[in-house]
Design a binder for this molecule. Structure first.
Ligand code: SF4
Length: 450
């Protein structure tokens, strides 16, 4: 095991029970360790891209634009401009003489052709190096075209994915406060940190609406520029995915005095707790809490019996988790426990010390907790713990399949809703189908073990 762990990374790995809990995190990835993290630009793009009525223009070489809508298939109930990829396709000449002219032309062409409600212009590594005046160009284009044209300062080299989340939040914050907030209900929220994969934000919105709460802005799944502009009129920010949008919630707290609560919509416990947290915030109206209790009761009465049959088969099976933001990991640990399974490894790309302390509390003795891991380490952990299913994203999938073990996509590419009460049932079905598949009897890893 030790031969695959670089000495410099040892402090980012902890085995629960071996020593008092301490985990280094939130630091630059170690050169040569092949981190699973994407760049700053990718971080900002995955947060902003679901805003469906905006143009998203990548100012940089065409290779950066490879991060398309496909990497986070956020659904929209209306416009689908976000599904188109635009790039200024900077070439050698532009790098030498500057890309400002090209950017101005691209902005004019795109705005005239697509009539978006805003344009986001993403800065990439090379733009940071040649020093194009993104701020000035966006300002001029905004004045000329009469829509917000917002620079996203997301040069790939200036940090890790978390810095991208921060750049995205700063960009959105420029929109907040520019819309009309009259007629917004005192019982209103913004949903932050849900990206409407497989229509998940629609499930969550429906719960809140059944409780009698107005949702002002989806930030950013199925998002609209106009809604974000009036988001400062909401009474509460409800923040999922703490890494991606927490900075925006903090900015709104500071400038508009809007409080926020942290939630997760994955798993029964966390979903119910999310509804109760919001209901308690609006305690001036006891009907809201009453309706929340009713929703939970109704949903659980149909869900529990169905979960039991999966639980019987899955009892004692082992799971490993490696996700982008740590918030998902807490819920996943609880969801696996509900299915009778044991989580033996859990980690994230961008967790904070607060996140990892929370993870340490919810996991069992012997669990490996890891920050900013890499394929070599992950493979070693999976083999050592002999897991039955690995939960992760697109970069973890090949690791699982090469090792001959089941995989569950819990990231941007999934097409199945996993949030909400119905999402827990979908999750149980998927885990069951994967873990219990007879195919694993024939893969080399199982043959060796038997
Ligand atoms: S690291 Fe730089 S060059 Fe690479 S995709 Fe990110 S922004 Fe583009």
């Amino acid at each position: 095991m030790n031969e695959v762990i670089f000495q410099e990374r040892a402090k980012q790995i902890h085995r629960k029970g071996d020593a008092p809990f301490e985990l280094a995190c939130n630091k630059e990835s170690l050169a040569g360790a092949v981190s699973q993290r994407a760049c700053v630009f990718c971080g900002s793009r995955v947060v902003l891209y679901p805003i469906a009525d905006a143009v998203h223009l990548v100012h940089g070489p065409i290779g950066c634009a490879a991060y398309t809508w496909d990497i986070r298939g956020a659904l929209s109930s209306g416009p689908e401009l976000h599904r188109l990829s635009f790039s200024t396709d900077l070439q050698e000449r532009d790098v030498i003489f500057g890309g400002e002219k090209k950017l101005t032309q691209a902005l004019h062409e795109l705005i005239d052709r697509h009539h978006p409600n805003a344009a986001f212009v993403y800065s990439t590594c090379i733009v940071g190096i040649i020093g194009d005046d993104l701020e000035g160009i966006c300002k001029k284009a905004s004045q000329e075209k009469g829509i917000p044209v917002i620079p996203v300062m997301s040069e790939g080299f200036k940090g890790n994915k978390r810095a991208g989340y921060n750049a995205a939040c700063k960009a959105m914050f420029r929109l907040v406060g520019t819309g009309d907030t009259t007629e917004i209900s005192p019982h209103s929220i913004n949903i932050l940190g849900d990206f409407n994969l497989a229509g998940e934000i629609w499930i969550i919105r429906e719960y809140f609406e059944r409780m009698g709460i107005e949702v002002v802005a989806n930030i950013t799944g199925d998002g609209r520029v106009g809604d974000i502009a009036r988001a400062h009129g909401a009474a509460l920010n409800v923040v999922q995915c703490s890494g991606a949008t927490m900075d925006l919630a903090k900015m709104m707290k500071e400038d508009y005095d809007i409080p926020f609560v942290r939630v997760s919509y994955f798993g029964i416990e966390d979903m119910a707790e999310a509804l109760y947290k919001v209901a308690h915030f609006f305690k001036d109206d006891s009907e809201i809490l009453h309706r929340a209790q009713q929703i939970v009761r109704e949903e659980l009465s149909t869900l529990y019996p169905q979960l039991q049959k999966y639980r019987q088969d899955l009892q004692g099976k082992k799971a490993a988790i490696y996700v982008g933001g740590a918030f998902k990991a807490f819920s996943l640990v609880k969801a696996f426990r509900l299915l009778g399974m044991e989580v033996v490894m859990v980690g994230s790309q961008t967790g904070t010390s607060e996140d990892y302390r929370e993870l340490h509390e919810v996991t069992d003795e012997g669990t490996i907790i890891v920050d900013d891991s890499n394929p070599l380490e992950l493979s070693a952990f999976l083999k050592e713990k002999d897991v039955d299913i690995f939960v992760g994203g697109v970069k973890e999938r090949p690791i699982a399949y090469k090792l001959g073990l089941g995989f569950c996509d819990h990231n941007h590419e999934r097409k199945e809703a996993l949030e909400g009460f119905v999402g827990m049932l979908n999750f149980a079905k998927e885990v069951h189908a994967t873990v219990m598949s007879p195919v694993w009897r024939f893969v080399p890893r199982r043959e060796i073990r038997q």
